[in-house]
Design a protein around this ligand. Structure first.
Ligand code: FAD
Ligand code: NAD
Length: 446
C-alpha cells in the first residue's frame, strides 16, 4: 500500500521525535518509522538509564567520603534492586513515546526503512512517498574486529545486567568506560579498563584525566594503557583477553566501549543518492544531504560536534524552523559542554588548556585547586580542580574544564557565560544563594 506525506522521519530518538513533533505541530502531514524501541538511545539505553544507575553511585560515594565525619559505614549497593528501579523509568518509554507521537497526529510505522529511490521508502509492505525525508537513525555500539568479538557485550547489555559479576572489563577508554567503571566499581566489581594508546578521554585536559584515573585507581579500578587486545577466548565461564605482546587478563564479562557506528547501511542510501562516510551521513550547514530533499541530523551525522542529546535536540529544532520557513540561515552551534559522569565527574567546554597553551599570546589559563573551598570541604571531596581560560583581548571566558562532583552543574554556568559573553565585571555584582556552587562563581572568574 502506498501513502503520501509531506515529511517522513526515520528514527524515533531525540532527533527524530523532536523533528517529527515540531513539523506536525506546524501543520505538516508527517510519518515516523522506527525499527527498534520507540524513544531511541537516550531514554532507553543511554543517558537516562545510565544516570539512574549513577544516582546510587553518587549516594554511595558521598557516604564513603563522610565516613568518620558523621557516617559510620558506606551503604552496600543492591544491584538487582537498582536495575529494577531503573526499569521503572525505561520500561514505559517505548509505549509512551509512540503514544505521544500518535497523539500529535503523526502516523507511526514499526519497521526498518529502506530508500527505494529519492522520493519513496519501503517500510515492510508499505511504500511511503514524501516531498522531504529526515534521517535520524542514530548510532550503535562498534565492535572492534578481533578474533572472539562474538563474546563482546555492549553498553546496552551493561544497562540491563541482571547481576553484577565479580570482575568485568571495558575495552576502550572513552566516555562509556569511565562512567560504567565508576558504577561497576561502586557496585563491588573488580573493574579493568584496557585502552589501546596512552591517552584515554583524549578530548579532555590530560592533567584532569590523569587525576580522574588516580581517583578511580584509589577505588580499585585498574587501567591498562597502550594495550591492544587481539583475541578473546572463552575459558570455562570466563573470558581470556590477550594482546600480541604477552598481556593476558581473565574476566567474567568483556564490554566493547570503543565508540559507536552511525546507522547508515540498512537505509539503502545509494538508491536516494545520499552520500556518507565512515563517521556517518554528510550534510551541509542546512543539515541537507547530497540529495536536497533529504535531511539528516543527530548521531547518524558525520560531524565535528559531539554526538550528544542536546546536540540532536538543537539540530531537530533548527530543522523544524528551516522546513517551516521560519529560518533560512545555516545552523549555528553554540559552545557545547561535555560531561563524563564518573567518580568524580569531569566536564569541559570551549577552548581547552592544550589549545590555550599553544596560543599563549591569545589566552591565559588559571589552574584552580578548589579542594579546600567550603563547598568541597563540607562533603570531604578528595579532589576539586578547575581550569579557566580567558581570552586576553576581550577578557571573556573562552573555555573551562573541571574535575569534581559538581562538574556537571558547574560546566553549565561556564557554558552560559561563554555563549552569552558575560564579563567577569557583570558577575561581580550578581547575587547568588549562599553557600551553593553558584556562589563560588565569582572566585573562579574574576
Ligand atoms: C551509554 C550511553 C550513555 C550516554 N550518555 C549521554 C549523556 O549522559 N548525555 C548526552 O548528552 N548524551 C549521552 N549519550 C549520547 C546520546 O544518547 C545520543 O547522542 C542521542 O541519544 C542521539 O539521539 P539520536 O536521536 O540522534 O539517535 P538515537 O536515539 O540513537 O535514535 C535513532 C533511532 O533510529 C532507529 N533506527 C535506526 N535505523 C533505522 C532504520 N533503518 N529504520 C527505522 N529506524 C531506524 C533506532 O532504532 C533508534 O531508535 C549516551 C549514549 C550512550 C550509548
Ligand atoms: N556523558 C556523555 O555525554 C556520554 C556518555 C556515554 C556515551 N556518550 C556518547 O556515546 C559515544 C560512545 O561512547 P564510547 O565510550 O563508546 O566512545 P568514545 O569515542 O568516547 O571512546 C572510545 C575509546 O575507545 C578507544 N579505542 C578505539 N579502538 C580501541 C581498541 N581497539 N582498543 C582499545 N581502545 C580503543 C578510542 O581511542 C576512544 O578513546 C561517545 O562518543 C558520546 O558521543 C556520551
Amino acid at each position: 500500500m502506498k501513502k503520501i506525506y509531506d515529511v517522513v522521519v526515520i528514527g524515533s530518538g531525540v532527533a527524530g521525535q523532536t523533528a517529527a513533533s515540531g513539523l506536525a505541530f506546524a501543520g505538516k502531514n508527517v510519518a515516523i518509522v522506527e525499527n527498534d524501541l520507540w524513544g531511541g538511545t537516550c531514554a532507553n539505553r543511554g543517558c537516562d538509564p545510565k544516570k539512574i544507575l549513577f544516582s546510587v553511585v553518587e549516594a554511595h560515594n558521598k557516604s564513603l567520603h563522610l565516613i568518620g565525619k558523621g557516617i559510620e559505614e558506606a551503604p552496600i549497593i543492591n544491584w538487582s534492586q537498582l536495575i529494577a528501579f531503573k526499569n521503572t523509568f525505561t520500561d514505559p518509554v517505548p509505549e509512551q513515546s509512540k503514544k505521544r507521537l500518535k497523539a500529535s497526529g503523526i502516523d507511526v510505522y514499526n519497521a526498518t526503512a529502506e530508500f527505494i529511490d529519492a522520493k519513496n521508502i519501503k517500510v515492510q509492505d508499505h511504500i511511503l512517498e514524501a516531498a522531504q525525508f529526515v534521517i535520524a537513525t542514530g548510532a550503535r555500539p562498534a565492535l572492534i574486529n578481533i578474533e572472539g568479538k562474538e563474546h563482546f557485550l555492549t553498553s546496552d547489555d551493561f544497562l540491563s545486567l541482571p547481576n553484577m559479576p565479580d570482575k568485568l572489563t571495558f575495552i576502550g577508554g572513552g566516555y562509556i568506560a569511565f562512567e560504567f567503571a565508576a558504577i561497576a566499581n561502586a557496585a563491588g566489581a573488580q573493574v579493568d579498563v584496557i585502552h589501546h594508546n596512552s591517552r584515554p578521554l583524549k578530548a579532555y585536559d590530560q592533567e584532569l584525566v590523569s587525576a580522574l584515573m588516580s581517583q578511580l585507581e584509589a577505588k580499585g579500578v585498574i587501567f591498562h594503557l597502550d594495550t591492544n587486545i587481539t583475541l578473546i577466548e572463552k575459558v570455562g565461564q570466563q573470558f581470556k583477553l590477550t594482546d600480541d605482546k604477552g598481556f593476558e587478563l581473565t574476566t567474567d564479562l568483556v564490554f566493547a566501549t570503543t565508540g559507536r557506528l552511525a546507522n547508515t547501511e540498512k537505509l539503502k542510501l545509494e538508491n536516494a543518492d545520499v552520500t556518507y562516510d565512515k563517521k556517518g551521513i554528510i550534510v551541509n550547514d542546512y543539515l541537507q544531504t547530497s540529495n536536497p530533499a533529504i535531511y539528516a541530523l543527530g548521531d547518524v551525522l558525520s560531524k565535528k560536534q559531539p554526538k550528544l542529546t542536546p546536540v540532536s535536540s538543537l539540530e531537530a529544532s533548527y530543522l523544524v524552523s528551516l522546513l517551516t520557513n521560519k529560518n533560512d540561515c545555516p545552523i549555528a552551534y553554540p559552545k557545547i559542554p561535555t560531561n563524563v559522569f564518573s567518580s568524580p565527574k569531569l566536564a569541559q567546554v570551549g577552548v581547552t588548556v592544550l589549545e590555550a597553551e599553544n596560543s599563549k599570546d591569545k589566552y591565559e589559563v588559571s589552574t584552580i585547586d578548589a579542594s579546600n573551598w567550603f563547598n568541597y570541604l563540607r562533603v570531604n571531596e578528595p579532589v576539586s580542580k578547575v581550569n579557566i581560560i580567558i581570552d586576553k583581548d576581550s577578557g571573556l571566558l573562552a573555555g573551562a574544564s573541571c574535575l569534581n562532583n559538581e562538574a556537571d552543574q558547574l560546566i553549565n554556568f561556564f557554558t552560559f557565560f561563554i555563549n552569552k559573553e558575560i564579563k567577569a565585571a557583570e558577575l561581580a555584582d550578581a547575587v547568588f544563594a549562599y553557600p551553593t556552587i553558584a556562589s563560588d562563581l565569582t572566585y573562579f572568574y574574576t
